[in-house]
Design a protein around this ligand. Structure first.
Ligand code: AMP
Length: 218
């Protein structure tokens, strides 16, 4: 299975990607997680990316395309993958089509998760992430606060710097201007499917699997 998860920040891409990666035993490739790992390691890329991420902007296309090309060429991606957070620009989408061509990948699906803007702002302001396993929690719906241990692995829960309100606004602007045109690109290729992200995590997961099954049957 090769799946691209698409949608604005806070829509639940990471949560769904983790569930599906576990169910289908394929890697979850989150470009945001890869950048955050580089930031945590203090690499050259990490230092440069942090400034851009904290401003709610996009890391340059050539850097991101290079990262994704390497991951998709690695043995662990041979059986399939879930891409989360890439492509975010038309340039990245075209480069991905080229990479797929080089790798002989002909079938993949794009899942667009849709949620109201209001809900996104609400979700991001109450979102916490585990420093250890990247799992997402919500202070409104779960019994967690920043600094408390991850119920799954005991890692520390924290609020991402780019989930602060000013940065969230900028990230949503970037999404609407640079990223949403990518959807049209995939609609034209006939591989785009939309799922309602306002449903529960379990229902969104079931709906994604239904869509994938019917796409496979065609
Ligand atoms: P995410 O965890 O997917 O919300 O990504 C966090 C941040 O990492 C984004 O706001 C961007 O600054 C950067 N980033 C992640 N993926 C990409 C990408 N495909 N292109 C450019 N920047 C990215």
């Amino acid at each position: 299975m090769r799946l691209l998860l698409f949608g604005p920040p806070g829509v639940g891409k990471g949560t769904q990607a983790k569930l599906l990666a576990n169910e289908f035993q394929i890697p979850h490739v989150s470009t945001g997680d890869l950048l955050r790992a580089a930031v945590a390691e203090g690499t050259d890329l990490g230092r440069k990316a942090k400034v851009i991420m904290d401003a709610g902007k996009l890391v340059p296309d050539d850097v991101m395309i290079g990262i994704v090309r390497d991951v998709l060429n690695s043995p662990k991606a041979k059986k399939g993958f879930i891409l989360d957070g890439f492509p975010r620009t038309l340039n990245q989408a075209r480069a991905l089509t080229q990479i797929f061509g080089e790798l002989g990948i002909r079938t993949y699906q794009v899942l667009n998760i849709e949620v109201d803007n209001e809900e996104i702002i609400q979700r991001l302001s109450s979102r916490l992430m585990c420093r250890n396993d990247g799992k997402i929690y919500n202070t409104e719906t779960e019994n967690v606060v920043a600094g408390s241990p991850c119920p799954d692995c005991g890692g520390v829960l924290y609020q991402r710097d780019d989930d602060k309100p000013e940065t969230v606004r900028r990230r949503l602007e970037v999404y609407h201007t640079l990223t949403s045109p990518v959807l049209k690109y995939y609609e034209d290729l006939g591989v785009e499917h939309t799922v309602n992200g306002m449903d529960s995590v379990e229902d969104v997961n079931l709906n994604i699997k239904r869509i994938l099954q019917s796409a496979e049957a065609q």
